[in-house]
Design a protein around this ligand. Structure first.
Ligand SMILES: *[C@@H]1O[C@H](CO)[C@@H](O)[C@H](O)[C@H]1NC(C)=O
Ligand SMILES: *[C@@H]1O[C@H](CO)[C@@H](O)[C@H](O)[C@H]1NC(C)=O
Length: 411
């Protein structure tokens, strides 16, 4: 009875795999009747330019190249003599993938946009035309457009390279870039060191205090539980400041009935007062909330704020609580440790309803995975009660030196 289903599944899997250009190579042909010599040159030189930014390669195919379903060919033409280049649906089920370029689009920028749409269509099993212009996000716009000399936005570049990583790798097995090597190199780059320098708590000890009347509240027990969970799997300690001497200058996080909603990202001098309630309770279902707040105290930016997160999640900015948008802004690239993979299961990954200001039953999400057909990621993000492997790994790498100093000073 299961047979037909299995066959369908296999077909689906195969279909999805076949969409990417095999080995990251696009064989193309240009219809010479549709474009003059100069236009052909512009198209070819744009392809060459793009090869410098993405791992996909473009090969001009000989006229007698026989395309098949496996060895597809990209056919650049303009059968209807169009001027413009509206978003288009790309059909990857055929041996020939048509990519029309209108006469008015014969320039590097426009051709790049069309190529990005074509490549995105090879990645995303979607039936609707994809217009990369729609994908430019609120916070990226300013930063990117002025400083860039390249043809692609960093977001497009990262997205394509991330999804073509394995296909491209099949062509050029570069030695020394295996995933094992990434895992083994524990050291931080200079950029990492600069980014985290002022965020780490000395000796890996977070000092905190608690308002007397809150000590016996379940909220505090909950927070202590999260602290214990971090202590058990990392070298970091949370230590209550019990000194009575008001004259000694102290750096601590104070949990009060009033105070900031969010702790500082990383170490801060002086008495930083945070509201206990907002430390321990987050959005409905966000069980990792307290862990996420404490890792924020440790100086760890959220996984879902990673500089390249647009490859993994989309933010519905309109639904984000007013005035809280900056908590969803991307961290700089220097915050990223190469050996840590993007991890939807991280305790620091935002839940789908994170900071949701105007969420309704029909549109309940602020943070949505880019591809999540069975809702697994959407439903599990932020819903854990301990650190993930990559969280542990990350915190131990960041605090390795501080903890070492602590251990050495004891003996
Ligand atoms: C295609 O044409 C080239 C010369 O233009 C020739 O060398 C090659 O053998 C041909 N290939 C096939 C498969 O016919
Ligand atoms: C920290 O500041 C809060 C008020 O914001 C105060 O109630 C508390 O006593 C202070 N804690 C210490 C240890 O100075």
């Amino acid at each position: 009875m299961n047979r037909p289903l299995r066959v369908i599944l296999l077909l689906v899997i195969k279909y999805v795999h076949c969409r990417l250009w095999p080995k990251g190579v696009v064989h193309y042909a240009i219809n010479k009747k549709d474009y003059d010599i100069h236009s052909q040159d512009v198209i070819i030189s744009t392809f060459t330019q793009l090869q410098k930014e993405i791992c996909v390669k473009f090969f001009n195919s000989p006229a007698n190249y026989t395309a098949s379903e496996q060895d597809k060919i990209l056919y650049v033409n303009n059968p209807y003599k169009s001027k413009n280049c509206p978003p288009k649906h790309y059909d990857y089920s055929k041996a020939i993938v048509e990519m029309p370029i209108g006469y008015k689009c014969i320039d590097e920028k426009e051709i790049s946009r069309i190529v990005v749409d074509m490549l995105r269509a090879s990645i995303e099993p979607s039936d609707s035309p994809i217009n990369s212009y729609d994908l430019i996000k609120k916070f990226q716009e300013k930063k990117e457009d002025h400083t860039r000399l390249s043809l692609l936005t960093p977001a497009d570049r990262n997205y394509i390279n991330a999804h073509y990583h394995f296909e491209c790798g099949a062509l050029s097995q570069r030695p020394g870039l295996t995933s094992q090597d990434f895992g083994a190199s524990l050291h931080l780059t200079r950029a990492n060191l600069e980014y985290y320098e002022n965020k780490l708590w000395p000796l890996g000890i977070v000092m905190y205090g608690i308002e007397g009347q809150l000590r016996n509240k379940p909220m505090f027990a909950f927070l202590k539980h999260a602290m214990a969970s971090i202590e058990l799997s990392t070298c970091v300690l949370f230590q209550e400041d019990s000194s009575d001497d008001v004259l000694t200058p102290r750096n601590l996080v104070w949990f009060g009935s009033e105070g900031e909603d969010m702790p500082n990202l990383g170490f801060m001098t002086g008495n930083q007062t945070v509201r206990l309630e907002s430390m321990s309770q987050g959005a409905p279902g966000h069980t990792a909330h307290a862990l996420n707040m404490l890792t924020r105290v440790l100086g760890v930016p959220m996984m879902s704020n990673r500089f390249d997160r647009d490859n993994y999640v989309a933010i519905n900015w309109k639904r984000v609580e007013k005035g809280k948008e900056h908590y969803l802004e991307k961290a700089p690239m220097s915050a990223w440790l190469q050996q840590i993979p993007y991890d939807f299961t991280s305790a620091t990954h935002a839940p789908a309803n994170y900071l949701c200001g105007s969420c309704t039953e029909t549109s309940p999400y602020t943070v949505e995975p880019v591809q999540d057909h069975l809702w697994q990621k959407t439903l599990s993000m932020g819903h854990r009660t301990d650190l993930s492997d990559s969280d542990r790994h990350l915190i131990n790498i960041l605090y390795g030196r501080e903890c070492q100093i602590r251990f050495l000073s004891k003996h």
